[in-house]
Design a binder for this molecule. Structure first.
Ligand SMILES: Nc1nc2c(ncn2[C@@H]2O[C@H](COP(=O)(O)OP(=O)(O)OP(=O)(O)O)[C@@H](O)[C@H]2O)c(=O)[nH]1
Ligand SMILES: [Mg+2]
Length: 291
């Protein structure tokens, strides 16, 4: 009866390190990461099994003001995660709160759930700057705990986990031990491709891209995957492909290596870039792309 199990949402403004934290807690990459905001678009469950607890994390899209229907979907994903969990981990950076952080705190005030504040990226902050930040947040909201961490350098993660456990309900496991995520391999593979596009393109391209797996054939020796990259304009297609196809080749090669690691198998990956005008605004296209 002493076993604990519950849902924990990782929320915060874009780019604070939510997905980095989830991957490093699990020791496996299931949620994509980039140095650009609005990387995560869907709720992603990651399960941490401990001898005395099962923590079901939900990574969420960064909370921002949506400017198109895709953004509205992302915000809904975050909101629904907040509604379904036992505990919220609100992530911020080691700096005084920005408007986006304050707006989230206003939303938290309307809830009755426990909230832990994780102050991330302490590895790049001056030592003396952390205490004043804690002090400011302490005055803004009644956080159950305030924990400075570095998701990247895995600093403070054990303390965070110990504190999360305190607020989980007594309950048997909700998921079998061997399951680490609710996301299908097909989805994670498409995300790895999107991650490399985010890495190798700039301006508006990372936000105008969606990836869809068209076919997936498994044989004994090889998994053959055919994927489509959708962009909104012809010019974006030309940029992604690059001179003599070099950029697309780099994107596909790096994505394939990640997919092979995930699947533990050899992969043949074929990618095509296609234009779908204004897909971020069109309900039918959004739905067909999983948003
Ligand atoms: N220095 C430092 N960088 C970090 C840390 N955690 C994450 N980052 C970097 O911050 C950037 C954003 O990380 P993500 O994990 O994608 O952030 P996110 O909160 O999931 O972002 P969205 O999905 O856009 O909401 C990446 O470049 C990470 O490498 C950290 O502890 N220290
Ligand atoms: Mg993310």
């Amino acid at each position: 009866m002493s076993f604990k199990c519950g849902y924990v949402a990782l929320i915060g403004k874009p780019n604070v390190g939510k997905s980095t934290l989830l991957n490093n807690i699990l020791g496996e990459k299931i949620s994509i990461v980039s140095d650009k905001p609005q990387t995560t678009r869907n709720r992603i469950i990651g399960i941490k099994n401990l001898p005395e607890a099962q923590i079901v994390f939900i990574d969420t899209p960064g909370i921002h003001k949506p400017r198109h229907k895709l953004g509205e979907f992302m915000l809904r994903e975050a909101r629904e995660a907040i509604e379904m969990v036992d505990l919220i981990v609100f992530m911020v950076e080691t700096e005084t709160p920005k408007d986006a952080d304050l707006a989230i705190i206003e939303k938290l005030k309307k809830l009755t759930k426990p909230v832990i504040l994780a102050i991330n990226k302490i590895d790049k902050a001056d030592k003396g700057s952390i205490l004043p930040v804690i002090d400011v947040y302490n005055h803004l909201y009644h956080f159950k705990e305030i924990i400075p961490i570095s998701a990247l350098k895995k600093d403070g993660i054990d303390i965070l986990i110990e504190n999360i456990k305190k607020y989980l309900p007594h309950s048997p496991k909700l998921y079998p031990d061997e399951i680490i995520t609710d996301q299908a391999e097909r989805f994670i593979a498409s995300e790895f491709i999107r991650e490399k596009i985010m890495k190798y393109t700039g301006d508006e391209i990372p936000y105008s891209v969606a990836v869809d797996i068209e076919s997936w054939e498994e044989s004994e020796k090889l998994i053959k995957i055919k994927a489509n990259i959708y962009v909104e304009r012809e010019g974006q297609k030309i940029i992604i492909i690059g001179k003599k196809g070099e950029r697309l080749k780099k994107i596909a090669t790096e994505a394939r290596l990640d997919i092979e690691k995930l699947l533990g198998a050899k992969v043949f990956l074929e990618v095509w870039v296609k234009v779908r005008k204004k897909w971020r605004e069109r309900d039918i296209l959004l739905k067909s792309l999983g948003y």
